[in-house]
Design a protein around this ligand. Structure first.
Ligand code: MG
Length: 379
């Protein structure tokens, strides 16, 4: 789901390299319908999902009668319930129906859509209990932690773990002062030093909101409170994250930055495919460095910890407000430096935050988006 985006395309690369291991049964995309139909034809896919109703007719015409076309969140949910492994690579909150449907149907969910998991954490935790349901994180840091936790106690909350160490490249603005950041441009923000990704996550990486969201994601995924999760800046993006055990041992996972490695790991589990994506070369000099993040200049991280502390709907508000602010920045309506202040303004206005049902979540999501749009208009 999200087949034409960055993670979707790299997932298809993994499938092409393992043609005997997988059968692609359905694909879906939000916008690039032509590309989606090419993928469907290449892989002989029988069911295709489009998110926008206006794309239905064109997609039907491109694919012909032998392929079923479904539409919208309900359509994608239907596809997600109908595969052994679901890769959720939809961007943003729109990925929620896929996450919920895959888990409710007891499927393996290879998760690249962190926003749905963060916003809906209390609801997701319930459907995760469905027999057969499993979440395997594609997000490189979380995939690393998942692997580093292999030796951990099976008890809930991992009592033998002192803390998770989430690594961050620091993005294109690492080392910039607050004064320099105030003049940063969106074009500069879109030049990530180590990863090539979609525009939303690239902007999130430049504000470090991505890392803040990843703290929330790790907390929800592994059942470890945010105060036992630390962010460490590691500019080389070789160590994808680490787990520090109570005896002082730190276990890390290393590779060159290549998302096909975590994707293949999630799809193959428990088998590790023989490939060279992300292969390390230790025959030449290699320097790995680590430094603390500048939490004063990059306020997104403290905002995310505060949202984790509040719980309930606070993570949903954070993620929704950020989505609106990032989209507005990408459309050239606000400056890069306005993104985090817009999110902070929205978070200041959150007073009561219970989140019990899907209806609660959708109401919170809509309210946070409205508040973000008015904060943007007020600028
Ligand atoms: Mg990541």
């Amino acid at each position: 789901m999200g087949a034409t985006g960055s993670i979707g395309r790299q997932t298809l690369d993994v499938l092409r390299s393992e043609p005997d291991s997988f059968n692609l049964v359905s694909v879906a995309a939000g916008t690039q319908i032509g590309k989606l139909c090419e993928i469907a034809a290449e892989f002989g896919v029988r069911r295709v999902g489009v998110t926008r109703p206006e794309d239905f007719v064109a997609t039907r015409e491109l694919l012909g009668d032998h392929v079923e076309v479904v539409v919208g969140g309900d359509g994608l949910a239907d596809l997600a319930a109908d595969a052994d492994i679901v890769v959720n690579a939809v961007v943003g909150f729109a990925g929620l129906p896929v996450t919920m449907a895959a888990l409710a149907a007891g499927r393996v969910l290879a998760l690249a859509n962190k926003e749905s998991f963060i916003a809906a954490a209390p609801l997701v935790q319930r459907v995760r209990m469905t027999p057969g349901a499993r979440v395997l994180p594609i997000d490189s840091e979380h995939c690393a932690i998942y692997q580093c936790l292999a030796d951990s106690s099976p008890e809930p909350g991992h009592p033998d773990v002192r803390r998770l160490l989430l690594t961050a490249s620091g993005g294109p603005f690492r080392g910039w002062s607050k004064v320099q950041l105030a003049a940063a441009t969106t074009q500069e923000a879109l030049r990530h030093p180590t990863w090539t990704m979609g525009p939303k996550i690239t902007i999130d990486s430049s504000t470090l909101m991505n890392k803040g969201l990843e703290v929330l994601e790790a907390s929800a995924l592994f059942g470890i409170e945010a105060n036992r999760i630390s962010v460490v800046v590691h500019p080389q993006s070789i160590v994808h994250s680490m787990v520090e055990y109570v005896d002082g041992s730190v276990i890390a996972q290393l590779s060159q930055p290549d998302m096909r490695l975590p994707i293949a790991y999630c799809l193959g589990r428990p088998v590790r495919f023989d490939h060279s994506w992300g292969a390390m070369d230790f025959t030449t000099e290699l320097t790995l460095s680590f430094e603390p993040p500048d939490l004063d200049a990059f306020a997104a991280i403290p905002l995310a910890y505060a949202a984790a502390q509040r719980g309930g709907a606070a993570p949903a508000w954070l993620s929704a407000a950020n989505e609106v602010a990032v989209a507005s920045c990408l459309h050239g309506e606000i400056r890069w430096a306005d993104i985090v202040p817009v999110v902070a303004t929205v978070m200041d206005g959150l007073d009561s935050a219970p989140l019990e049902t899907l209806e609660d979540l959708i109401a919170h999501d809509e309210l946070a988006r409205r508040r973000a749009r008015s904060a943007i208009s007020a600028l």
